[in-house]
Design a protein around this ligand. Structure first.
Ligand code: DQA
Length: 144
């Protein structure tokens, strides 16, 4: 069973981009964390990143029957009804992750179009949030 970890725009620059907000780890470090956490729970990881809204939608369509989705859609979280509609078609649980505490930041980061269809939301826990999200999905699926 595979958990998809889907990253949106600018997350390819993790470690370089505003490190005071997002930390020093790179996206490759986050991928390694996810693989470790998922492996321990008996899941595979399909780890993706795109800067393009339509590409993210295509990935969701292709992988929509995966066991679960961990999504950090970056700024598209706050703007994209199209991504929310795509995520509404997936069959497994979705956990939304933000590295930073979006609630402690600008007002425009307080709205998430994804949160209403997510099983849970994790924000402000740094890249550890991805591991928490995988644990949540594994727990949900284990109980099924
Ligand atoms: C983010 C928070 C978003 O508001 C921002 O646009 C990002 C990253 C986070 O992980 O903290 O790109 O999703």
């Amino acid at each position: 069973r595979t958990i998809v970890v889907l990253n949106g725009p600018n997350l390819n620059l993790l470690g370089v981009r505003e490190p005071q907000v997002y930390g020093a780890e790179t996206l490759a470090d986050v991928e390694a964390r996810c693989r470790r956490a998922a492996g321990a729970a008996g899941f595979d990881i399909d780890f993706r990143q795109s800067n393009h809204e339509g590409d993210l939608i295509d990935v969701i369509h292709q992988l929509r029957e995966s066991a679960g989705f961990v999504v950090n859609l970056g700024a598209y979280t706050h703007t994209s009804i199209a991504l929310r509609d795509a995520l509404a078609t997936v069959t497994g649980p979705i956990v939304e992750v933000h590295i930073s505490n979006v609630h402690a930041r600008e007002d425009f980061r307080h709205l998430s179009y994804v949160a209403p269809i997510a099983a849970g939301v994790i924000a402000g826990c740094g890249t550890l949030g991805y591991e928490f999200a995988i644990a949540v999905i594994a727990d949900r699926l284990g109980a099924e």
